[in-house]
Write a protein that binds this ligand. Structure first.
Ligand SMILES: NC(=O)c1ccc[n+]([C@@H]2O[C@H](COP(=O)([O-])OP(=O)(O)OC[C@H]3O[C@@H](n4cnc5c(N)ncnc54)[C@H](O)[C@@H]3O)[C@@H](O)[C@H]2O)c1
Length: 371
């Protein structure tokens, strides 16, 4: 089994590589030379990640005569804003950032989304390198070219499609990640298996412990690499989310509503998506054509994932309301990603809102007594 891998991603204006392995942050200067990065490197991170991993990265750049500037943003989703992006750009400009420079994001999805957005508009676009440091940002946020910040009216309402020039995933950085963040990332890999690849889904289920343990095993490298390949294949055929890419939202309609009603910070994004996938699977069996055999198998696999959430406070009415707001539902019906079978997802229009409440009841019943 390989202990590192490189995945080539092709998009409408070119291609880039995702490198997955151990101790890659120490080779960061060499990897940037490979994409002809010559100007200053603006490292965007937060204080915690900078303390953990910024030192070796700056040292590697120093050895290779790269000029670096480090800009820290405060920790937390609430700082993924246009105001933070402006502050980052002002600091970069004041510190001599140039059009020939490179933005390097070092952190979870908050940092890669905000830093990617900055790279897309600063000097009308500069080189962009992501070093995602959470499992979720490795398999989701840093792959696919969506960047953005939140607005007071909603999440990710301001942003751009902007592809990176390179993505470096060093699994050693995951050792310091909290267990809930590991599970959150595992959920997004699991989702890729459910919608695209049943063999991969079985691999994830058989190797769940290795995927969520702090050990940076070869299994984890394999799992991350395959998830990125699967996501990249979907994105390559629908870069701007007009059609196929929507299946990536499997579990997310209910997931977003659960996240907003339970409260950000109490539930991680991926944890809510696990419950959302349960609801979407249940709906696929009730109103779609997911066989009872596939549904039994999916629900069993989902319930094996260890979740510690205050599910008693899940309120079906509040979730229905949040879903309406999130999706601006027309005529009491909404589009929903369902399954024909495991590995085969599609978008079903016209799901009645009443079914959403019933799906949440099904989630509550399934997890009863497990909090
Ligand atoms: N662009 C996309 O396609 C896309 C896809 C999915 C999610 N997202 C976005 O990603 C964000 C969520 O990402 P996330 O789950 O990575 O959250 P996050 O960036 O908030 O990181 C979670 C926490 O882990 C900490 N952390 C990061 N790396 C660590 C490490 N190696 N060791 C210890 N602690 C570490 C962070 O400081 C933070 O406190 C959301 O803003 C979401 O909108 C974007």
């Amino acid at each position: 089994m390989s202990d590192s891998s490189t995945i080539k991603i092709t998009h409408s204006t070119g291609s880039y590589e995702i490198c997955v392995g151990r101790n890659l942050i120490r080779s960061v200067a060499e990897l940037l030379s490979g994409i002809n990065a010559t100007g200053p490197v603006g490292i965007i991170s937060n204080a915690k990640i900078n303390d953990l991993y910024g030192g070796p990265i700056r040292e590697a750049f120093k050895q290779a005569d790269f000029v670096t500037r480090t800009i820290l943003i405060p920790m937390g989703e609430e700082y993924k804003t246009l105001a933070s992006a402006e502050q980052v750009m002002s600091a970069l400009i004041a510190q001599g950032m140039e059009r020939s420079g490179t933005i390097l994001t070092l952190g979870g999805g908050v940092v890669t989304d905000l830093g990617g957005f900055v790279a897309s508009i600063l000097f009308r676009g500069v080189k962009l390198v992501h070093i995602p440091t959470t499992l979720l940002s490795m398999v989701d946020a840093a792959v696919g070219g969506k960047t953005g910040v939140n607005h007071s009216s909603g999440k990710n309402l301001i942003g751009s499609f902007y592809q990176p020039d390179l993505v470096i995933m060093d699994v050693e950085t995951l050792k310091t990640l909290e267990i809930q963040d590991r599970i959150s990332g595992y959920a997004e890999m699991f989702k890729m298996g459910v919608i695209r690849d049943t063999k991969y889904l079985k691999f994830l289920v058989d190797n769940m412990d290795a995927c969520i343990s702090p050990d940076s095993s070869d299994i984890l490298i394999q799992a991350i690499s395959r998830s990125c390949e699967l996501k990249a294949a979907v994105v390559e055929s629908d870069e701007k989310e007009s059609d196929l890419r929507r299946i990536l939202n499997f579990g997310h309609t209910l997931g977003h509503a659960i996240e907003s009603t339970l409260g950000y910070g109490i539930v991680r994004h991926g944890e809510a998506v696990i419950l959302g996938m349960y609801g979407a699977g249940w709906l696929s069996n009730q109103v779609g054509d997911l066989s009872s055999e596939d549904w039994d198998s999916l629900s069993t696999m989902l319930k094996r994932i260890p979740l510690q959430l205050p599910l008693k406070s899940l309120n079906p009415e509040a979730i229905e309301k949040a879903t309406r707001l999130d999706k601006k539902v027309a005529k009491s019906q909404l589009n929903f990603v369902l399954l024909h079978g495991l590995g085969d997802a599609y978008v079903q229009p016209g799901i009645p809102m009443l079914m959403i409440k019933l799906a949440v009841d099904a989630i509550k019943t399934a997890w009863e007594g497990r909090e």
